[in-house]
Design a protein around this ligand. Structure first.
Ligand SMILES: C[S@@+](CC[C@H](N)C(=O)[O-])C[C@H]1O[C@@H](n2cnc3c(N)ncnc32)[C@H](O)[C@@H]1O
Length: 582
């Protein structure tokens, strides 16, 4: 499939998150992802002027095989890319080259109407005016203060009241302005094109380039100076270092930063060092948080005392968008073919007038690939959310835990609200009294965008407790955070909770150990699956004759102790977990 057809297919289909995610996760694409990304991002950046050229040239009225998105990407490369359209021949290229003088002259007129004598002038203006969210900078209070920053290196910057004032107006350059964020203490916004990556204060770790939404979790978790804190999934360390700044140097608090990946642990170490937070953060390099055992001998003065946990696990990243990224703007309907040009057009059969969409240009095999890809997407989301739930449920078992934040840079409810609902139903949440903190109970009540009620099964209170951030319009990437709290008044005896940890985490146990000898409850007695999405390798929960039973999922495989693979039979009960009363 041509680069142009793939590009037009991507820009015309609904996208809930970032372009990079949409391209890199689509295994059905044949074009090089970087080439596709560059073509789409550049086309959409210039779409307003390109649309004007396409409209005024009457291209779509004549070339009936071109859809609007397909025309956009082709006209972009024809007019704006050095070297022009990226194929030597072919009907698509011909459909543009037939109109080359008209397109070129309309482009010149469109530039002049905007006051640009040259294409270079158009480029320069577009780079500054196309950015859609600020350059956010977190002031690291372990090293400096906002006052010092604004009175020192950034004294020439004038404060503005709204972050939108950081953006350049059409035809103007970005101004030297700064925005002091009202939601996150010590967060500053600069004009989008401000490049601070090599700034001495960034290099020294006094400033961190961190998106606004990425600062929500640590701020909402808000551990006091003497708190013992876990960051369960820490690298590269934005939130760990933010937590360290909140705890501060003066207190006796401590952060245990878990990172499973050894390479990423190195990045975390560098970041923590740069932040001046080594004395506050204990890095558990290459450690899987799911295996962290707060009851282990040696954790009496460590994990056992942890009250606050920040969980920002791997997710689909569907909320990640970039400053210069745009979506396809709606356009006017395709014009009727002009009478004077019909003679130049190929004779068309009756009923041939329907718009040719990129999908029509896709072969049957390619359509099948797209369907397969969509199924894979769903499978990927399911496996991510299974992992996300597991990590929250594990944190909820920590004996002294009182407060947890869970966050993702995903816009999918499957990784956000649905995960919240599911963990609230888990045994450990019910037994230990975990709930979603109410909107008016924490320091983030003034943030307007909350969880989606319809994705919270209509539960307004849970939805209001969740926090969402929409890509671009809220000043950055798409994000989700929820604070869970418990007051400890309905604690299960710790011994019982601990037993569940041990029961649930030997993925490498033998089948006999997993079954625990309870094999007398047959499949036909299962009446209700309580939470099918919890079915990881360890199986499903079912309500069987009034009991909640953990069973083993059909066909699931796991590594066993002797290094081989165990394939589980279908729905055999593993062990009784409780009375089933909720
Ligand atoms: C979304 S990133 C975290 C970003 C980080 N919070 C920040 O703000 O810089 C998720 C990280 O969790 C790590 N991870 C995934 N599963 C883990 C596990 N079971 N235990 C510890 N770390 C894990 C990944 O390697 C990855 O580095």
């Amino acid at each position: 499939m041509s680069l142009y057809i793939e590009a037009s297919r991507i820009i015309s289909r609904p996208r809930y998150g970032g372009l990079r995610g949409a391209i890199y996760s689509d295994s059905s694409l044949k074009s090089r992802p970087e080439q596709l990304y560059a073509l789409i991002i550049e086309t959409l950046k210039y779409q307003e002027i390109l649309n004007e050229v396409i409209d005024r040239s009457g291209l779509l009225g004549v070339e009936r095989t071109l859809s609007h998105p397909l025309a956009l990407v082709l006209v972009h490369d024809f007019l704006l890319k050095k070297g022009g359209i990226a194929t030597s021949t072919g009907p698509l290229k011909e459909s543009i080259l037939r109109h080359k003088s008209r397109l070129s002259s309309e482009f010149t007129r469109a530039k002049i109407r905007r006051g640009y004598a040259t294409t270079a002038a158009l480029h320069a203006a577009t780079v500054t005016t196309s950015a859609r969210y600020p350059r956010w900078v977190r002031v690291n209070t372990l090293k400096t203060t906002v006052m010092d920053i604004l009175a020192g290196g950034f004294k020439d910057y004038t404060p503005v009241n709204e972050f939108q004032e950081l953006f350049a107006k059409a035809g103007e350059k970005e101004a030297m302005v700064v925005y002091i964020d009202p939601h996150i203490p010590n967060l500053l916004g600069f004009p989008p094109s401000t490049d601070l990556s090599a700034h001495p204060l960034v290099v020294s770790g006094a400033l961190f380039l961190q998106d606004k939404a990425s600062c929500f979790p640590a701020h909402i978790l808000s551990p006091p100076p003497d708190a013992f804190v876990v960051d369960g999934t820490a690298a590269p360390g934005n939130k760990t270092t933010h937590l360290a700044a909140i705890i501060g140097r003066g207190g006796s608090g401590k952060i245990f930063a878990f990172e499973k990946d050894l390479k990423r642990s190195k990045v975390l170490e560098t970041m923590v060092g740069k932040a001046g937070a080594d004395r506050i953060v204990e890095i558990r390099s290459g450690n899987d948080f799911l295996l962290a055992d707060p009851w282990k001998e040696g954790e009496k003065e460590g994990l056992e005392k942890v009250t606050h946990l920040l969980l920002d696990p791997s997710c689909s990243g569907s909320g990640i968008v970039e400053r210069h990224e745009y979506e396809l703007l709606p356009t006017t309907p395709r014009p009727a073919p002009p009478a004077s040009r019909t003679s130049k057009m190929k004779k068309r059969k009756r009923g041939d007038n329907a718009e040719v969409t990129p999908t029509n240009l896709v072969s049957k095999k390619e359509r099948e690939e797209i369907t397969k890809h969509n199924a894979l997407d769903e499978e990927r989301l399911l496996s991510l959310s299974t992992f996300q739930k597991k990590i929250i449920v594990h944190a909820m078992r920590f004996p002294s835990a009182r407060r947890i934040t869970y966050s993702t840079c995903s816009v999918h409810a499957a990784e956000n609200e649905h995960v919240v609902l599911s963990v609230l139903e888990s045994d450990v949440a019910v037994k230990r009294g975990w709930r979603v903190e109410k909107r008016d109970e924490n320091n983030f009540r003034s943030w307007e965008r909350r969880g989606l009620v319809e994705e919270c099964g209509g539960d307004e209170e849970v939805a209001q407790g969740c926090i969402r951030c929409n890509p671009w319009e809220d000043g950055g990437i798409g994000f989700f955070v929820v604070p869970f709290v418990r007051d400890g008044s309905i604690d299960e005896p710790l011994a019982e909770v601990r037993e569940e940890v041990n029961e649930n985490f030997p993925f490498s146990t033998t089948l006999e150990e997993e079954w625990g000898g309870i094999s007398d409850v047959g499949e036909d007695q299962a009446v209700k699956i309580i939470d099918p999405s919890e079915m990881g390798r360890e199986g499903q929960k079912k309500r069987i004759s009034g009991k909640v039973v953990q069973t083993i999922g059909g066909g699931a495989k796991s590594k066993n102790k002797s290094g081989g693979t165990t394939e589980y039979p279908k729905f055999r009960p593993r062990r009784l977990l409780g009375s089933g009363k909720k």
